[in-house]
Design a protein around this ligand. Structure first.
Ligand code: SAM
Ligand code: SF4
Length: 464
């Protein structure tokens, strides 16, 4: 029998990376047990590092030399990604193979569910994946006039800095937007308002590229003419101006094509304003809506509630399948948009959409009494912001524990929960599973934001 050999000690000062944290930092352990988070290093790699911060139990460091490279290390697709000075902070994982990124996100999801709430899904869903590049149809570019360099920068912030990165191309936004970065810099650089336009927000629809220019002072006639000339040179570009808060956003010139995206699987078109919440990745959104509704399995005679419904991204497709739908959302503006979108999509339809009602309400203040007042539904779709849906899950748990509060109400048989934060999903899943009588039947990641540390996921809960 061969003897197990002791692993050879690492040369002095070297570290071996054991895992990756959710900020995409390699995690190593020093011989004395101290944890070191290493920017730029991948699991399995042997490295030397430069320590940036020292605490009692941990250190934060940057990779200096790579002595053994991971097989999953890949060449980053964007020249602005990296550890070099001035590198863009918009992406964190471009040095890791996309399949390995998804595997890490899946582990983050499972770890959160288990370690925070002792929830283990009966099965894991295959990840929902889309294109790794050109996926980001929404972005917020900062704009800075850098006098010393005699240039205007339009881009994301540098890694761990408040400076705007000097990016000339960006591979996560659509190619045509990347191609417009330098022309945008030249445009702002030529304007009277060179010092007073701090931001350009991007929102792409299927055929319109909306650019929302935040301007701190009124724009001169000359500047307005320059914006119009830019839009003429770049087909599809539509300027919106934002003099103050998001409510002040206004189209520069009425009458162009409408900013909208389609969900062709359901015969739905969603007009929106560039400041409305819409999912960042339209390819994934189409698959996500389709997958969520297949998992939810609404039936023709059933009532469904879409909690945190936004502008109706899931509600309208639900109205093509269910008997009755209720969409609830915190933003009055989005509820108004969802009502308009419903009416628009109802027109001229061969099979009418189901009866659907929308309501504006703060769902962080949900109570068991309010839940009963909203009426029983057979199925729920829940798609909350990062804070999660604690009050909703708690109200459901309270109604499970104290049946006297129910008054004819019954809990949904199935809940499909779409989450952009695995920690709050885990917390809410704990309530649903341990206190509200559900099992977690399925869970899986949705790779909505390749190369970043964001973990989007979907989970299915069934009443036991
Ligand atoms: C992740 S988005 C989902 C929107 C929609 N389901 C979609 O797919 O476009 C979360 C939504 O929750 C809404 N929201 C945030 N806080 C809320 C609250 N306290 N009560 C109700 N809705 C809230 C936001 O306005 C946003 O529309
Ligand atoms: S956000 Fe764009 S410019 Fe920045 S690293 Fe990612 S791909 Fe490159």
């Amino acid at each position: 029998m061969s003897e197990l050999k002791e692993p050879e000690p690492l040369p002095e000062g070297w570290l071996e990376i054991e895992s990756l944290d959710i900020e995409a930092q390699g995690v190593a352990r020093r011989p004395d047990g101290k944890v070191v988070f290493v920017d730029g290093a991948l699991p399995g790699e042997r490295v030397t590092v430069k320590v940036n911060r020292r605490k009692n139990n941990w250190e934060q460091a940057t990779l200096v030399a790579l002595h053994r490279e991971s097989a999953q290390r890949v060449r980053p697709g964007c020249p602005h990604f990296g550890l070099h000075e001035g590198a863009c902070g918009g992406c964190k994982m471009q040095h890791l193979h996309p399949a390995a990124q998804v595997a890490i996100k899946q582990r983050v999801l499972e770890d959160n569910l288990w370690h925070l709430s002792k929830v283990k899904p009966d099965s894991m869903l295959p990840a929902i994946e889309g294109p790794a590049w050109g996926y980001r149809w929404r972005a917020r570019f900062s704009v800075r006039h850098v006098r010393k360099k005699e240039t205007v920068l339009v881009g994301f912030h540098e890694r761990k800095s408040r400076y705007v990165a000097d990016i000339r191309e960006c591979h996560v936004v659509p190619q045509h937007v990347s191609d417009q970065l330098l022309p945008l810099r030249a445009l702002i650089g030529s304007m009277d308002a060179i010092e007073t336009c701090p931001q350009i927000e991007l929102a792409c629809g299927d055929s319109v590229t909306a650019l929302v220019l935040r301007h701190l002072e009124p724009l001169s006639a000359g500047d307005l003419a320059k914006l119009r000339a830019f839009a003429q040179e770049h087909p599809g570009v539509q300027w919106w101006l934002q003099p103050k808060g998001p409510d002040t956003v206004k189209l520069l010139d009425e009458g162009g094509e409408e900013l909208a995206y389609a969900l062709p699987e359901f015969g739905i078109t969603m007009p929106f304003r560039p400041t409305d919440f819409t999912q960042v990745n339209p390819h994934i959104n189409r698959v996500l809506v389709d997958r969520a509704l297949r998992l939810l399995q609404p039936q023709r005679k059933e009532r469904v509630i879409d909690w945190f419904c936004g502008l109706g991204n899931f509600t309208l497709p639900l109205a093509t399948l269910a008997g009755e739908v209720l969409g609830i959302e915190g933003s009055e503006a989005l509820v108004a948009r969802s009502r308009e979108n419903f009416a628009r999509n109802q027109q001229g339809r061969a099979t009418p959409l189901a009866t659907t009602r929308f309501e504006a309400r703060n769902l962080f203040e949900m109570t068991p009494q309010q839940l009963v007042a909203d009426g029983a539904a057979d199925r729920w779709l829940v798609d909350p912001p990062r804070e999660g849906a604690f009050a909703l899950a708690k109200a459901l748990a309270d109604l499970h524990q104290d049946k006297s509060l129910r008054a004819g109400w019954h809990p949904p048989r199935r809940i499909v929960y779409v989450s952009c934060n695995p920690a709050t999903l885990a917390r809410d899943a704990g309530l649903l599973v341990h206190q509200a009588g559900y099992t977690c039947s399925l869970a899986g990641v949705v790779n909505m934001f390749p190369h970043t540390a964001h973990v989007e996921s979907i989970a299915v809960f069934d009443l036991q």
